[in-house]
Design a binder for this molecule. Structure first.
Ligand SMILES: [Zn+2]
Length: 71
């Protein structure tokens, strides 16, 4: 981890920053598929957050490939 973190105003920005800096937050492929099948499943809330709020490009592309385009 870098010694100095940027000023981040919201958890969403933190997540975005982590994704950009570390690229390590993506859910496993099977969880992403589970989310595609059951987007409202509460146990997949973190995946929904990752895709919808953090807007991870890689996972959105992955979901579109699965036939679940994200707005
Ligand atoms: Zn991702």
């Amino acid at each position: 981890m870098p010694a100095h973190l940027p000023q981040l105003d919201s958890f969403g920005e933190v997540v975005r920053w982590v994704i950009e800096e570390l690229g390590a937050l993506c859910p496993a492929a099977d969880r992403l598929r589970a989310y595609a099948a059951r987007p409202d499943d509460p146990s997949l809330r973190d995946v929904r957050y990752h895709v919808q709020e953090a807007g991870c490009r890689r996972c959105r592309d992955e979901l579109e490939a699965l036939g679940h385009p994200q707005r």
